[in-house]
Design a protein around this ligand. Structure first.
Ligand code: TYM
Length: 330
């Protein structure tokens, strides 16, 4: 069986893209002893959130993970900063990654281009090394993610292979797994840009916890095109194609079969909105229950962190020994 690891950053509001592109597949992939999922608060710190914000967001996202169906008896669910081995292995990863390969990462290039001379933390640059540590600590075979994280999983493979070549077979080489429909959900107002927590345009964004009437309104106003033909073609018809992909992903049908079913844009929008509202309703209900009992949520996360530390500690020790660091107390 494949060992699975994935993670989500507690920044902005969790959205439909996160759910259809990744989170949903985490639930599907969960098997006792084999699935590990994290709320990566250290990653969120790369953008220096306001004081106090990061902890609150972490709890909210953790509640979402249990609300979508992650089962603490089947999966290890934990907060990244509760497992210090992530930071420790990161240093080894930073010293194994090259300056050149980190400079070529799309996310880094986009962020620096947009910063327009403003502050860019060194953490934004070394971010892939922390992500490699996350993945490699759990002997991961498969990483269920959306399309935008493929490059990060690729660099993780490169770093792991380099480390193994230098010091022996320490790390399992992981691969990214993306869904057939939903790997790249686009902004409803700007369907050539992905739906994103950081560049949230309110009208084009569907939050996992948004009320049904707001969701319906956003789909009604979704940008399409003027030729009135329901057809999947990402290049020529990005808006309509995005709606078809959302509807397919939300209902479990293929893109071709939903495209066949609708002739008018209005009907497609209504059907998509309804499918999304129904998909999110039970999640929103469970999320509200979980948030009403923060003690229980903390307990679940402490349990997860304990299990994660056992595994992460063993891998870190293996890596340190392979390099030849002198063990403490030896
Ligand atoms: P993050 O927090 O931005 O996103 C969480 C997951 O959601 C997916 N996703 C999307 N999928 C489809 N359509 C979209 N518009 C969309 N937007 C986001 C992402 O691909 C991701 O799977 N660097 C990661 C977090 C991370 C991680 C890891 C992931 C840290 N360590 C180790 C996997 C393994 C990130 O910022 O994801």
């Amino acid at each position: 069986m494949a060992r699975v690891f994935s993670a989500i950053k507690p920044t902005g509001d969790v959205h439909l893209g996160n759910y259809l592109g990744a989170l949903r597949n985490w639930v599907e992939a969960q098997r006792p002893g084999e699935s590990v999922y994290s709320v990566v608060d250290l990653h969120a710190f790369t953008t220096s959130p306001d004081a106090g914000e990061i902890g609150e967001r972490t709890m909210n996202v953790a509640a979402i993970l249990f609300a979508i169906g992650l089962d603490p008896d089947a999966s290890v669910v934990f907060v990244q900063s509760h497992v210090p081995e992530h930071s420790q292995l990161t240093w080894l990863m930073e010293c194994t990654a090259s300056f050149g390969e980190l400079s070529r990462m799309t996310q880094f290039k986009d962020r620096t281009a947009r910063a327009d001379g403003g502050f860019i933390s060194a953490g934004i640059f070394t971010y892939p090394a922390l992500m490699a540590a996350d993945i490699l600590l759990y002997d991961t075979d498969e990483v269920p993610v959306g399309d935008d994280q493929r490059q990060h999983v690729e660099i993780t493979r490169d770093i792991a292979e380099r480390f193994n070549t230098r010091y022996g077979e320490v790390f399992v080489i992981p691969r990214a797994v993306t869904p057939a429909a939903g790997a790249r959900i686009m902004d409803l107002q700007n369907p050539t840009a992905k739906m994103s927590k950081s560049e949230q345009s309110d009208a084009g964004f569907v939050g996992l916890l948004d009320p049904p009437d707001a969701i319906v309104k956003r789909f009604k106003r979704a940008v399409t095109d003027s030729d009135n033909e329901v057809r999947h073609d990402r290049e020529a018809k990005p808006g309509v194609s995005n709606l078809l992909e959302i509807l397919a992903a939300a209902t479990g049908q293929t893109i071709a079969s939903v495209a066949d079913e609708y002739e008018r844009y209005g009907d497609l929008k209504t059907a998509t909105a309804e499918a999304v509202v129904e998909l999110l309703r039970p999640i929103q209900e469970r999320h509200a229950e979980l948030m009403a009992d923060p003690g229980e949520l903390h307990r679940l996360l402490a349990h997860g962190a304990g299990l994660a530390r056992e595994r992460a500690g063993a891998t870190l020790e293996r890596a340190m020994r392979a390099v030849g660091f002198t063990p403490p107390g030896a």
